[in-house]
Design a protein. Sequence first.
Length: 452
Amino acid sequence: MAILHKGPARSDQALLQGLRRRLVPLSGTGDHHDPLLQLIGPARFALLGEASHGTREFYRERIRITQRLITEHGCTAIAVEADWPDAWRVNRYVRGLSDDPDADAALSGFQRFPAWMWRNTEVRDFVEWLRDYNTGRGSQAQVGFYGIDLYSLFTSMQAVLAYLDRTDPEAARRARARYACFDHAREDSQAYGYGASYGLTPSCEDEAVQQLRDLNRTALAMQSTRGLEHDEAFFAQQNARLVRNAEEYYRTMFRGRVSSWNLRDSHMVETLQALDRHLGEDGARPRFVVWAHNSHLGDASATEMGEIGEWNVGQLVRERYRAESVLVGFSTHRGWVTAASDWDDPPQRKRVRDGLPGSWEDVLHQTGTERFLLRLRDEEELRQLAGPRRLQRAIGVIYRPETERHSHYFETRLADQFDALIHIDETSALEPLDKGQVWSTGEPPETYPSGV
């Protein structure tokens, strides 16, 4: 049992009592998710978050929940915070359409930092499970794996050209001429954005838009087709959409955080909607599980981010699909995480500090329960108690413990941010497939160098 802080405020005492009455302990064995699955019910969009990109337990719990949503609730698509072309390679593997010999090879497209988000042992094992599940099922009954992020500007261009080379050489020639506008950036997306933003190099916005229009017409002409040919046309169309949106994103990122963040999350939702239309063309209504960070999937309007004008996937999905969506967050108090110290640095095993006093992590720790579920939707007493804002931690692919308050905390109203939350008090680091010496060694213990 956890040791409680001495003398919490009266409001904290009431919150703790309410949490203890309402929490549902979780065993950690994978068969304890019935209350959450009842909450998700017939919803078509189950958004499963994570408080960091490098925590093994978050991945493991999401996978267990997803497996049950697939086998018991008819989930038909998994949409993840990953690049579209790299995830499509995994999609082809799990549907028996690729030459990759195993999941490790299917995940080898994830080379861009942070590769460990998807090239890790938990995802590898899940990809093999998904392939086994799909084996012997018709294409309409198979579950797909899709990326909804927009960082793959140049990779998506190459995918468009490869598709057109196979299907329409004249269209491929036109596409090459348009995409040649980006050549000066030498496949450096940020260099393109910087130059175009400040007028140092030409903007390629018009060329990206023209190419997307061409692929939209191609996709429209193929609406009557089905099967692999139709899927490949959709793949190319989505890559062209990504090029158009990523071009704007990289131009905007040098003007301010809010605009670029909103463009990115709008693209994610646009991709979900495109997948919904594509997978539903046979009349069935697809059901999605979405994996992304809490900062994307928790409703931004319930956070201080919303006050500065940011929106996110969770907020937009709630607004557009309402009762058809369920937002699930994850939380931890302490442990270890796989993260880098700076962008493009190698991953390290880093110690996660105890949640700051008074933060949501601290309050959830004080319940004294190691693993539990909180159902926030339709729990009016708990919603009232959890309504005021508190600090919440968010660890992305970079973790800087020395500036943790400034770098990793923001204020949020938990009861409005999520429909449910899973708290795991102490967690461990995600294991990359390509660990390297830095990850294996990890950072020195907190007592270094004194040993105290």
